[in-house]
Design a protein around this ligand. Structure first.
Ligand SMILES: *[C@@H]1O[C@H](CO)[C@@H](O)[C@H](O)[C@H]1NC(C)=O
Ligand SMILES: *[C@@H]1O[C@H](CO)[C@@H](O)[C@H](O)[C@H]1NC(C)=O
Length: 327
């Protein structure tokens, strides 16, 4: 072996060593990255586990349930709507203490998620005839929209908990389809407010409004009020009563207004609440408390009652009316 050969050999072995340590580095890096990814995935699972916390057990009492439901309620983005109360008035007054509208609704943002309970509720608003003397035509599409809305509501923690409460009281089974059917029948069965004309339903009365002989009926949902105001059908005249929950932009409100030029001296509704919270509270109060008696609820700091009345219709007990009342 001459020196040149020796040198070459030692260089090759040097190269080998270099190559080995290079590989080693690569494997190390690979293992570290793998570990980091694993840790990442694990922490995501932990986060998910704690984030999607199990539903609390249903309380025995409607008042306690209402407190829990309000806590469960996902806080509504305060930028989606503005409330402009303006002047206070009296139900017997004829003045207009509110030159501007009550609500400023950012519909584009509110309905950005087309599967949200809010967007699905708003889609139902054009399915009905306002006048109870004009029969509502319920098409297959309307029927589908009702079920889409109810299914989305049933998917929320608020309604799941309410259903557990009703099941515990023996007012509904634990089966999903049975629960869906209960809500569908209670809220969407068409009934007549006179002359046998199928022009009304629990939903239409509570979540929308109706006209009968130059009278405004119902109108107990703030999103419907806001939409009708945007369309120029509602003229807000001032507020009468207010009960704060302690959360910004969420409270109970009573107002005087006119709808299609017809004066209404007093209506009350919750402001800034989700469709699932309202549907839950009205359903639970209607089914679980003695008929026609006020049902006491508490939404954080706001102590209120829900008054509901029964409409007997062909063997079914449907909702003639349901609204918040100030204590
Ligand atoms: C409705 O209220 C307005 C004032 O807000 C009044 O001018 C009008 O006469 C009222 N209409 C009826 C039918 O009472
Ligand atoms: C909404 O729900 C429908 C039916 O479940 C689905 O096909 C659609 O992709 C959803 N849209 C969005 C924006 O999530």
């Amino acid at each position: 072996m001459d020196t040149q050969q020796q040198q070459q050999q030692s260089q090759t072995s040097n190269n080998n060593i270099n190559w080995d340590s290079d590989n080693c580095q690569k494997i190390k890096r690979f293992v570290i990255i793998g570990l980091l990814i694993t840790i990442g995935i694990l922490s995501w699972h932990f986060y998910e586990y704690f984030h999607s916390k199990p539903l609390p057990t249903a309380p025995d009492d409607v008042l306690v349930l209402s407190q829990t439901l309000f806590k469960e309620e996902a806080a509504e983005n305060p930028y989606l709507y503005k409330v402009n109360l303006q002047g206070k008035t009296k139900s017997g007054a004829h003045d207009d203490r509110a030159p501007g509208p009550l609500f400023e609704l950012h519909n584009d943002l509110l309905a950005r998620d087309s599967n949200s309970t809010t967007a699905l509720l708003q889609r139902l608003f054009n399915n009905y005839e306002l006048d109870v003397a004009v029969p509502d035509v319920i098409t297959a599409e309307h029927e589908q929209e009702q079920l889409d809305f109810l299914r989305a509501v049933m998917n929320t923690r608020v309604m799941k908990l309410s259903m557990r409460f009703l099941a515990k009281k023996g007012l509904v089974g634990s089966d999903y389809e049975e629960q869906l059917k209960l809500l569908h029948e209670l809220w969407f069965t068409p009934y007549s407010r006179g002359k046998g004309i199928l022009g009304s339903s629990s939903f239409e009365h509570v979540f929308m409004a109706e006209l009968r002989d130059q009278n405004v009926l119902g109108m107990h949902n703030w999103l419907y009020f806001a939409e009708q105001e945007q369309q120029g059908h509602v003229d807000y005249k001032g507020w009468l009563d207010r009960e704060e929950t302690g959360r910004p932009n969420q409270f109970a409100l009573a107002v005087r207004m006119s709808f299609f030029g017809i004066n209404k001296s007093y209506i009350s509704f919750l402001v800034g609440t989700s469709p699932e919270l309202e549907l839950s509270l009205y359903t639970v109060c209607f089914l679980a408390t003695p008929k026609n008696e006020p049902c006491e609820i508490q939404l954080d700091k706001a102590k209120l009652s829900i008054v509901s009345h029964v409409w007997d219709w062909k063997g079914k007990k449907l909702i003639a009316s349901a609204y918040v009342q100030f204590d």
